[in-house]
Every structure is written in C-alpha cells, then in structure tokens.
Design a protein around this ligand. Structure first.
Ligand code: NAP
Length: 522
C-alpha cells in the first residue's frame, strides 16, 4: 500500500491543527508533522500537537524535525531535534524521520534506538536528500541505510534535472522488497510522485494546496485525487502520458483520465515533461522500452517532439502510419505487446489531421468525399497547418496556403502540391472553407483575427484551430456573417478521441471529453 501523505508545515500549533484537518478532509491518508516549521519549537509543543492532531484526524503520522542541511525550515540545534523525535516516539507517533547524515552518529543512533525499543508501533524512517542533483548511487545509499539500521524504512529524495533521472528511482522501487520511499523533486520529478502507487513506494507526498508545498514539484492533494486518479493506481495499472515541454498546461491528462474513469479502466495518464531535443527524447523512450514492467502503453506527443518521435519509431523498426510519415510528425505512439524478440512494438500515428477532418465533416455536415475539389484557404504554415494540408490534399481538396512568411507557405505548398500566397492576398481569397492554423486570436490576445471580416460569407465554413478561447473573434465574426463555424475544441476532442481509440481499442464519450476541455479552459 502507498500512503498519500500531506506535510503540515505550519508556523504554530493552531494553524497546524487546521491544516491537518483540511488535509484529511481532502483525502490525505497520512500526515507528516514538519515540526521544524513551528516557531518556538519545544519537545512538549511537538508531543502535544501530535496528540491533538491524532485526535482530530485518526490517520498515521510521521514526525519530522528536519535538519536545515537537509531542507529544514529552521536552525534548531541537534539536541532539540533529537528530543522532539524521542518525545514523538513516546507520544505514540506511527513514524519518526531522522536524517541518515545524523543517524550515522553513534549518539543519535543510540538515542533513537533506545526510544524506539519499547515502542514497536513506531517505525523509523531514515532519510537522505539532495536538493541539487540525483544521488551518485541511489542503490548503494539505500543499502548503506539498511546496513546501518535494518529495521528502518529508507527514504531517498533527490532533485531530477531531467525526467530521465527518475528511472533510477523507478528501478529501485521495482527491485526492492520491503518498504522504501524514493521520490524525485523538481518539475522533472513529478512522474516519480504520481507513480509511487504503481511501483509500491510506501509514501508519496502531496501539498495541501499550491502555496504550502514543502518540496519543489509537489502535486496538490486535490490534483492527486481528482486529476491523477490516485485511488485507482496500483501495480497492474497501465500507463499513458503526454510527452511535451512545457507540459503543465496540457489538457490531455484531464480528458484521458476522465475517460479511463468513465469506462472503469485500470489505466492512468500522466504529464511527462521531456526537456531538450531529439537525444533526450530518444533516451527517454529507450528508458521506457527497456522497462516493460512500467507498463507504458501509449503516449501523446506534442511540441517540440513530434518529428523526433516519428524518427524514433523508424529507428526501432516500428509501424509508422503513411500520412504521419508524409506530415513528418507523430502525435501518438502506441506500445503494442507483440510476439517479437522484444515482446513489444512501437507504432506512430498522427491523429491531428484525422481529428481536424472529423471536425470539418461534423461542422459542415459532409463526408470525406465532400472535400474533393473543395476550395480551401489554410492560413498558417506551421505544424498544425502541415497536418491539415496533408489530410485535406489526401481527401482531394483544392488548398491554398496563406502565411506571413511566404517561403514557409511555398515550401509547404510544394510538399503537398497546392497553391500558396502571402497574408496580403487574403482579401481576394475564394474558398468554401477557411481554416486558421496560426495562433492569432489565442488567449490572451483575443481581439486579434487572422482574416479580414469582409471575406467571411454565408456560404462558407470557418474553422479556427485555436481552442483557447473556444469561440475566437474570427468565429464570432464568421457566425455574424452567417457562415458555419467549427471550433478548435472540436478538433482537439476529435484528435483525443482518435488517440483514445488507438490506446484502448474503445470509444470514449466525446461529450465528456468536450466538457472536460471546456471546464479546464474556464
Ligand atoms: P507553429 O508551428 O509555431 O506555427 C505558427 C503559425 O502561426 C505560423 O504559420 C506563423 O507564421 C503563424 N503566426 C504566428 N503568429 C503570427 C502573427 N502574429 N501573424 C501572422 N502569422 C502568425 O504552431 P502550430 O503548432 O502550427 O500551432 C498553431 C496553432 O494551432 C496554435 O497556436 C494552437 O492555437 C492551434 N492548435 C490547435 C490544436 C487543436 O487540437 N485544436 C492543436 C495544436 C495547436 P510564420 O511562419 O510567419 O511564423
């Protein structure tokens, strides 16, 4: 079992009791009383607070009085910190946490062991922290702790400079029998916090709210519970994730997790911050590939990795959807279990173009055949435009690409055999469908529009790929002109629906997805 613990980092006992009650009401299964945050700390204050918090909450409690050198909040002397721990043992704490660097000192070890001897209900956590970087050898460090104190629960916490630094933590949790806590701090370490229940870490820590975290990269209790399906993740859970940099704004965890929950699937989708370029992505995917026990089954891929993801699947000899190849970008990777020498195969798809075409068909009330010979104006020549142009030309549409940087428009047009022009040619455009593939009109610059309103006509459809806001100025003006409108949320939902189908073989509830997207945007 993995406990979802919330550190209580209040400066006085009144606030600490209030935070503890709030944490347990929010779903915390364990509390860590960070007594080093208390002002004017005395052993009696810590013992009293422990009793009061237990009376109010009834959950197991770790008492910690962290040394400043290991991330503590105050410069309390070693003698006081030690007395706080022994008082907590005496007062019935379920766990006390001592830093390995201190525990190794003979007098500290003897004092703690003497306090614990008559209290078998209290377990000792021996912890080590590196706030700057990964430990040189995390396995060895765990062994050293176990050798120094066989009955202790080792807790190893280090800062991940990159998500690839998390794999040492995953390996250790995978290998170790018996209780252990291994977590990575920092934005690159979030996966280690979310995957603790999958890998059997004894505790993972959540912050009570955005403001009260005690370590960088902590996820809030509410996010753990509602967004990250904490209650349902276990050793058998299959994993999915979005590979991106930045990843914090991604709506994909919210929509895929909501659909997994809706269909009662033992699957979990997490944000995967993969910083750097091709090399870092390849290392990340190699790391996943070498660890089939992690049960990663699929990935959404977005900026800046869509091209490199495709390259990776080619390099692994996997399947690449032909149109994804032509677009030069994969936004979906599926890890298929196969009777190959590796027991698995990677497949790459692009659901951006399929999602966009589905949105167009729905919005215009046509089938894909209806796109044949249709004059379409695509504004923009970036990644999204490329996916759209590939899909549209594949369906036989007659596409003209308009872009600020004319050379980009010309290059894209040449790749897919269509026409191109600069933005100054927009007033003279002739099209049945106009598609905005630029970021113009996106929040916060919602008063901008990519196309002059004079060109918008009632016999047209206007599709804005921008999804924040859902109704852009372009779409408002198109609606006022009597044109049919298609919003970026429809494309986003359709590409996610297609991904979900590739991930699971099942169809998600598109209304649920759309509502989750709209809720998240609000
Ligand atoms: P990208 O590769 O960076 O391309 C951006 C495009 O916008 C380029 O053509 C660029 O022109 C043009 N552009 C940007 N600012 C401009 C300005 N001020 N004036 C004129 N043109 C401008 O980006 P992308 O990946 O294609 O994404 C484009 C948009 O698609 C995003 O902003 C997002 O809103 C939307 N999107 C929607 C979905 C969905 O599912 N609905 C998914 C992904 C993205 P230059 O070539 O001249 O720089």
């Amino acid at each position: 079992m993995t406990y979802l613990a919330v550190p209580i980092s209040a400066q006085n006992p009144v606030l600490a009791r209030e935070q503890a009650a709030r944490a347990v009401a929010g779903g915390a299964e364990m509390l860590e009383l960070r007594t080093d945050y208390l002002e004017g700390l005395t052993p009696e204050m810590a013992g009293r607070l422990l009793g009061e918090v237990r009376d109010v909450t009834g959950v197991p409690i770790i008492v910690t009085c962290r040394d400043r050198r290991e991330g503590g909040a105050a410069d309390y002397p070693e003698s006081l910190r030690l007395e706080v721990l022994t008082t907590a043992v005496e007062a019935g704490a379920e766990f006390v946490d001592a830093e390995f660097v201190n525990f190794r000192q003979e007098h500290v070890r003897r004092t703690i062991e003497a306090a614990l001897a008559p209290k078998p209900g209290c377990r000792l956590i021996v912890s080590a922290h590196d706030f700057d970087r990964p430990f040189a050898d995390v396995r060895r460090l765990r062994r050293d702790i176990v050798e120094a104190c066989p009955q202790a629960i080792p807790k190893l916490v280090y800062t991940a400079g990159h998500i690839n630094d998390c794999f040492a933590a995953f390996d250790l949790l995978h290998e170790v029998e018996g209780n252990c806590i291994v977590l990575c701090m920092g934005p690159a370490g979030v996966a280690s916090r979310l995957l603790a229940p999958k890998l059997g870490g004894l505790v993972t820590f959540a912050s009570l709210d955005e403001a009260s975290g005690t370590a960088p990269g902590q996820v809030t209790l509410d996010q753990f519970r509602r967004l990250y399906r904490y209650d349902t993740v276990n050793a058998e859970t299959e994993l999915f994730g979005v590979i991106a940099d930045p990843v914090g704004h991604s709506l994909s965890p919210a929509i895929h997790n909501a659909c997994f929950a809706d269909l009662r699937m033992n699957r979990f989708y997490l944000p995967l911050l993969v910083q750097g370029g091709r090399d870092e992505l390849f290392t990340f995917l190699d790391n996943v590939w070498e660890r089939p026990w992690l049960d990663f089954r699929g990935f959404s891929v977005t900026i800046p990795h869509k091209h490199s993801a495709l390259e990776y699947v080619h390099a692994r000899g996997g399947f690449v959807e032909p149109l994804a190849d032509k677009i030069g970008a994969a936004n979906t990777l599926v890890v298929e279990r196969r009777a190959t020498s590796d027991g698995q195969r990677l497949a790459a798809y692009n659901t951006d173009y399929a999602g966009a075409l589905d949105a167009i068909e729905e919005g215009m009330g046509i089938t894909r055949c209806g796109l044949r010979d249709m004059p379409v104006a695509v504004v923009g020549a970036g990644g999204v435009a490329r996916a759209l142009v590939a899909g549209l030309t594949d369906a036989g549409a007659n596409v003209t690409i308009y872009n600020r940087t004319i050379e980009r428009a010309e290059k894209l047009a040449a790749d897919f055999g269509c026409a191109s022009a600069g933005l100054d040619a927009l007033p003279a455009l002739h099209a049945k469908l106009i598609i905005n593939c630029t970021s113009i009109g996106m929040s916060p610059k919602v008063d901008a529009r990519p196309v002059p309103s004079e060109v918008l006509k009632p016999d047209m459809a206007v599709f804005d790929t921008v999804y924040n806001p859902a109704e852009t100025l372009l779409l408002k003006q198109a609606k006022a002109a009597g044109a049919k409108t298609i919003d970026g949320v429809a494309m986003f939902v359709n590409q996610a629906m297609a991904q979900f189908k590739l991930f699971t073989g099942q169809t998600a509830d598109s209304d649920l997805m759309r509502n989750v997207v709209l809720d998240s945007l609000r």
